[in-house]
Design a protein around this ligand. Structure first.
Ligand SMILES: Cc1cc2nc3c(=O)[nH]c(=O)nc-3n(C[C@H](O)[C@H](O)[C@H](O)COP(=O)(O)OP(=O)(O)OC[C@H]3O[C@@H](n4cnc5c(N)ncnc54)[C@H](O)[C@@H]3O)c2cc1C
Length: 431
């Protein structure tokens, strides 16, 4: 029998932060991770067959707006580096590719301004970071983002522009996505125009660099390749059993696994309330992130699309091997992450003349340890569940970006949630 004060299940950002904070508070911690690496939905590795270092998952951060990730970078003296500035544009809206920096014609600027003012006013109703997103009086916003945009009654190009961004940003179709969740990111960025501005900051040395610093700053006993199968309350203690039959025992558990995988773990007594509901309903994020090594691209490209299969695509690195493009589709149905021909066709929708040399991707949607990408609340889920998701279940505290109050869906949200879970467990352990 392996025993510790706390067992943390899952070694993404939320799990390693919770483990560090509990370990540094003097508690013994075992972290059980199903994969053969830490980092979860962030994963720094090389482009398959080439030397270029990439991020297969979470990448960009906004340290001036995201206080939790900023604090961790500062704690470990880690800087940021930038994605390149765009030089060539492609806006796939209004059934064509517009090759200008801003696609909305001057005749629609008044409509655009009205729409943006309304978005900013609705976002200003959210008390960002202060409490879970389902705050009193916001029910009217927890509707499909497609309906919200329809209600703005903007002309077609403006509407497509407004729809294209969240479809990429959340990796979900707008009818499956809560407008309230979208507006929370507007609130976080401070304005809708800030929201449309490119995010360019990345963690120096890759996300793995930050994960490695966090876990090294603790006495956590990390066990990789240990997928957890069950969590059973046994009297005052909790028994955690892995797929291979190893049993671990602790006074408390931090369940730091993604919502979409919760129903893979047998919890006794069973999850109830919002935890049970979300384990069944799941969140909507199903983005497909792809990398393509191309030749024939002379300037740094940046494209956003509504009618294209890739919804956002940009040059990320230029080397002797060629240009590395990174792109996102909103769903697996739109793009096969393993099919070079399919990805090539999708890249050619924006850039018909480039030669695609090689492609690389990770299928997060079919990965048993994520079963989706990042948090995208479905319509109605925010008001129904965002508070309940942060509650504990017996001596199980939950931690992951999906349930954060602020940047749910981001690395920052994972860190926020890991800190909160550690605070909850510390109180249990001293009582
Ligand atoms: C393609 C992609 C692009 C993204 N882009 C960005 C971005 O640019 N910026 C940004 O801030 N965020 C981005 N995100 C989101 C961000 O990466 C995540 O929100 C964040 O990393 C989640 O951290 P977490 O700790 O909450 O969950 P996870 O990182 O998913 O960690 C959960 C851990 O639990 C483990 N686990 C699951 N089941 C079990 C089990 N049964 N037993 C043991 N272990 C288990 C998993 O292996 C994993 O390590 C992106 C995500 C993806 C997938």
């Amino acid at each position: 029998m392996n025993s510790a004060d706390v067992i943390v299940i899952g070694g993404g950002f939320a799990g390693v932060i919770a483990a560090r904070d509990l370990s540094n508070a003097g508690h013994s911690v075992i972290l059980l991770e199903g994969r053969d690496r830490l980092g979860g939905r962030t994963w720094s590795r090389r482009f398959e067959g080439y030397s270029q270092q990439l991020e297969m998952g979470g990448t960009w951060i906004a340290p001036t707006k995201q206080k939790f990730v900023a604090a961790e970078l500062s704690r470990y003296g880690i800087g940021t580096h930038q994605s390149p500035a765009a030089e060539d544009f492609g806006w796939a809206i209004d059934d064509e590719i517009k090759r200008e920096p801003f696609p909305i014609p001057a005749t629609q600027w008044p409509d655009f301004e009205v729409a943006i003012s309304r978005i900013n006013a609705d976002a200003a109703r959210i008390r960002f970071y202060e409490e879970p997103l389902g705050q009193d009086g916001l029910d009217d916003l927890d509707i499909p983002f497609s309906t919200y945009v329809e209600d703005l009654k903007a002309p077609r190009i403006t509407s497509e522009f407004l729809l294209a961004w969240p479809t990429f940003y959340f990796g979900a179709y707008p009818q499956n996505l809560s407008a309230l969740h979208v507006l929370s990111w507007v609130a976080g960025f401070g304005s809708a125009s800030g929201w449309y501005t490119l995010l360019t900051d990345k963690v120096l040395g890759g996300t793995k660099n930050l994960v490695d610093h966090i876990i090294a700053d603790s006495q956590t006993d990390v066990r990789l390749d240990n997928p957890v199968q069950s969590i059973h309350a046994v009297g005052e203690r909790t028994q955690v059993t892995t797929r291979y039959g190893d049993v671990f025992e602790s006074r408390a558990v931090v369940m730091a696994t993604p919502i979409n995988t919760w129903d893979n773990i047998d919890v006794q007594p069973p999850l109830d309330g919002s935890h049970a509901a979300m384990a069944q309903e799941k969140q909507a994020g199903e983005s497909v992130k792809i990398w393509a090594l191309v030749r024939g691209l002379e300037r740094n490209f940046f494209g956003v699309g509504w009618h294209t299969r890739i919804k956002w695509m940009a040059t990320e690195y230029t080397t002797d091997e060629g240009s590395y493009l990174v792109g996102f589709a909103s769903a697996a149905a739109d793009l096969n992450p393993h099919d070079k021909d399919d990805i090539t066709r999708a890249v050619h929708e924006f850039l018909p003349n480039v030669e695609v040399i090689a492609v690389d991707s990770h299928d997060w949607n079919r990965d048993e340890f994520s079963e989706g990408t990042w948090m995208a609340y479905r319509p109605g889920q925010v008001m129904a569940h965002s508070h309940g998701l942060q509650e504990s279940h017996g001596r199980i505290a939950f931690a992951n970006s999906d349930i954060a109050s602020g940047w749910a869906g981001w690395i920052d949200g994972a860190i926020e949630s890991g800190i909160q879970a550690a605070e909850t467990v510390k109180k249990w352990l001293i009582s």
